[in-house]
Design a protein around this ligand. Structure first.
Ligand code: PHE
Length: 453
């Protein structure tokens, strides 16, 4: 089926292992840190609904395409794109899609690992009982204290980057596959516990109305772009992470089924996070639109109040660290795979090299939160700017090109073969989505926000 190609990096032990790895990549800070804070910044329900629509109309088809291309090419995204383009008689320029993804991976990692560092720091703080009995609003000062201190921030950021590099250097199939199986369900459970707490102690009905009763008249082009960008970000699409993971997938696994499961779990976790957090935001009187610190201020306030909050809080941040870890690993994987393939490095060397570079790139965003906070561009500091450009421009652009390649450049026989749906209604629906709906939707949103449309 896949032209008899094999990946030199090995293969997942089963379809389920791939589902867990892809879900590990998708579920992370995007769901629990980024989704709530963007929802707050963009006014609630209308943003949530556009996000859900983007997951269905753009995210699902692109995810299928990415897994499909990865499995057919069986190499790092750059080499996969080159090989598939050559096979179909197209320009080698398609490999630049892989290069853009690699750049996006480095840039995302540079701020993602900073937030990953916050989660590790919060494990220590909750375990140490820092929040016990604290007045809810005072948790904001703890967060501001951490972010405002470049040295502490650098230490935690470095710890998180080392954790990421260490696992990637051992190969994705190492200990990670096992740990994933326990940690992901545990994270899910603790979120359900938090939703229960929010139901009893927060402004639950207010939060549900805020999250699910849309006022579309207040929706701006900027929030539509943010919602679409978040769909790509949360599903790990548009930069090759899922393509790289797809390249280790057995040819017998069903891509559509797998994709539905991964996207379903990812969306569920984001919604649970929203439903857990917003009742508390309102109950404690936090500003929903305060930005990236939201979750790190609101949840510790709850842990400080609830019985057993020290234990629950510690557990929560351990699991969140883990979720962030499995995502950052997938950001580094395409780069490391390419270094192994094209530069002949050992995995360890490749991971050390890529990790060091990503670490160095992160220093700018890190300092922009404190020492350099005076320097802004378009009203954003470097941290916000890198986050904005990668999620809202680079990932959608990558997704657009992936859709065009999979829908128009790849032969129909190839996609029929890979998706394994036959030539029936399901396949045709995917094909219409990937050829017309996805590219047009992404283009309209991108052009609209630049004012060109
Ligand atoms: N999807 C991850 C999250 O939600 C982040 C990510 C983006 C990972 C892009 C890989 C590629 O946390």
């Amino acid at each position: 089926m896949t032209q008899g190609r094999r990946s030199i990096h090995g293969q997942w032990s089963s379809r389920w292992a791939f589902v867990m790895a892809a879900a590990g990549s998708a579920i992370g800070l995007g769901n629990i840190w980024r989704f709530p804070y963007l929802t707050g910044e963009n006014g609630g329900a209308a943003f949530v609904l556009v996000y859900l629509a983007a997951v269905a109309v753009v995210g699902l088809p692109v995810m299928m395409a990415e897994v499909m291309l990865g499995r057919r090419g069986r190499q790092s995204p750059i080499n996969t794109m080159r090989a598939l383009a050559a096979e179909e008689g197209h320009s080698p320029l398609w490999q630049y899609l892989g290069w853009m993804g690699m750049l996006a991976g480095f840039l995302i990692l540079s701020f993602y690992a900073i937030v990953g560092g916050w989660t590790v720091a919060y494990v220590v703080r909750t375990a140490g009982g820092v929040f016990n009995g604290m007045a809810p609003k005072a948790t904001g000062d703890v967060f501001d204290g951490l972010v405002g201190d470049p040295e502490r921030l650098l230490a935690w950021f470095t710890v998180f980057m080392l954790m990421t590099t260490a696992v990637v250097s051992r190969g994705v199939r190492g200990g990670l596959e096992q740990a994933n199986k326990v940690m992901m369900p545990a994270l899910f459970l603790i979120l359900v516990v938090l939703v229960g707490y929010a139901m009893g102690n927060g402004k639950f009905t207010d939060a549900l109305a805020y999250l699910f009763t849309p006022d579309f008249s207040r929706l701006t082009a900027a929030s539509v772009l943010a919602a679409m960008g978040q769909a790509f970000f949360s599903l790990s699409l548009g930069m090759g992470a899922i393509m790289a993971y797809g390249s280790y997938l057995s040819e017998h696994a069903s891509i559509p089924r797998t994709t539905l499961q991964v996207a379903g779990m990812d969306t569920l976790v984001a919604l649970l996070a929203g439903v857990a957090i917003f009742p508390l935001v309102f109950a404690y009187g936090f500003e929903p639109q305060q930005g990236p610190g939201l979750v790190f201020k609101v949840l510790p306030a709850a842990f400080g109040q609830m019985p057993g909050g020290r234990l629950v809080g510690t557990l929560f941040f351990v699991l969140l660290t883990f979720a962030a870890w499995t995502s950052s690993i997938s950001l580094l994987e395409p780069i490391v795979a390419w270094l192994v393939e094209n530069r002949g490095h050992s995995r360890i060397r490749a991971a050390a090299l890529a990790g060091t570079l990503a670490w160095a790139l992160g220093l700018g965003p890190l300092l922009s939160l404190n020492a350099w906070s005076g320097y802004t561009l378009f009203g954003k500091n470097l941290f916000d700017l890198v986050e904005y450009v990668t999620a809202n421009v680079m990932l959608p652009l990558g997704g657009l090109l992936i859709a065009i390649f999979a829908g128009w450049w790849l032969s129909r026989t190839a996609s029929v073969e890979e998706l394994g749906l036959g030539d029936g209604l399901a396949y045709r629906t995917w094909r219409v989505l990937i050829r017309y709906v996805t590219p047009v939707a992404v283009l309209i949103v991108l052009l609209n926000v630049t004012g060109l449309l």
